[in-house]
Ligand binder design. Structure first.
Ligand code: C2E
Ligand code: MG
Ligand code: MG
Ligand code: MG
Length: 288
């Protein structure tokens, strides 16, 4: 009967909810353990000057080494945000990045900026800005070498508070990039007031190049007008790269150049060749 079917659906729904809650609880518990047991690591993806091909910066991307396998941040960052454990995880990402920036300067005499992703919940936390300042100071990192990436959607969630916080970060000298630009709902009038330094064109629009280029063109034009650095994310093909170069996009990252790499491999490919004095030992030993 219809009634029986309805009741079956309800119990199915309840069962699903319970399973989801159980998975969340298990993940939360294991995220705590992961932090305690040092199971997180950072991968690095280079950002290149599209005209010269030089590495100009890199993005730190978190991975979770769980039972010998790498877990993608897409699956655990949302849970970390819901449960609040994103705050210590995010702090770990920032501190680790500061240590690495400093090591590259010390070992290789190479000042390469690192961008770190900041989640919405982390950005909303009152300790974020004092933490960033304190960590940069403690590890003797010049603020221009640390860039914060915040998605357009996180910024627009609480725009008035966001402006105040970004102002503080910018005044302290840190770089600020709007990540996944074009996927949120920025109003242009707000964008003008945001104290940001960089816009990252979301990879969905880079993926559409070269034929479907209305959005990429518009973002490039906007960035130029607002005097911002522009980074194209997710460049995968020569054709996409050619279009971006022709349209004066200054910086890009993507699998066409490089996947995100483990620290050691990133150093070999992108840091060591730029060393002004050749270091003798890997900075890895100093960091871990
Ligand atoms: P995102 O910040 O937009 O990072 C770009 C993502 O696109 C990365 O995925 C990167 O590996 C991937 N990617 C780069 N180039 C290409 C390409 O050419 N093609 C394709 N298909 N993908 C490309 P990943 O590392 O899995 O990170 C996914 C998202 O997880 C990030 O998106 C960011 O939102 C979040 N995330 C990563 N690390 C952290 C972190 O330390 N903290 C926080 N809060 N979020 C993080
Ligand atoms: Mg990012
Ligand atoms: Mg992005
Ligand atoms: Mg993204």
């Amino acid at each position: 009967s219809a009634k029986a079917a309805g009741s079956n659906q309800w119990s199915f729904f309840k069962q699903q909810m319970t399973e989801q809650a159980a998975v969340r609880l298990r993940t939360e518990a294991s995220l705590h353990d992961a932090l305690k047991n040092n199971e997180f690591l950072l991968y690095f993806q280079p950002k290149l000057d599209l005209q010269t091909g030089d590495v100009v910066s890199c993005e730190a991307l978190i991975r979770w080494k769980k039972d010998g396998k790498l877990v993608s941040p897409v699956s655990f960052i949302p849970v970390a945000e819901e449960t609040g454990i994103i705050i210590p995880i995010g702090r770990w990402v920032i501190e680790q990045s500061c240590k690495i920036i400093r090591e590259w300067q010390k070992q290789y005499n190479f000042a390469l900026p690192i961008s770190v992703n900041v989640a919405s919940q982390q950005f909303a936390d009152a300790s974020l800005i004092p933490d960033i300042k304190q960590l940069a100071l403690r590890h003797q990192v010049s603020p221009e070498l640390l860039e914060i990436e915040i998605t357009e959607t996180s910024l627009m969630n609480n725009i008035d508070e966001a402006i105040v916080k970004l102002e503080q970060l910018k005044n302290a000298g840190f770089g600020i990039a709007v990540d996944d630009f074009g996927t949120g709902y920025s109003s242009l009038s707000y964008l003008r007031h945001l104290p940001i330094t960089t816009m990252k064109i979301d990879r969905a629009f880079v993926n559409d190049l070269p034929d479907d280029n209305a959005i990429a063109s518009t973002i490039l034009m906007l960035g130029k007008q607002l005097n911002l650095d522009i980074v194209a994310e997710g460049i995968e093909t020569q054709e996409q790269l050619d279009w971006l170069k022709e349209h004066d996009c200054p910086i890009g990252q993507g699998f066409f150049y490089s996947q995100p790499l483990p620290l050691e491999e990133f150093e070999l490919k992108y840091v060591l060749p730029n060393a002004n004095e050749v270091g003798t030992k890997s900075s890895l030993t100093a960091i871990n």
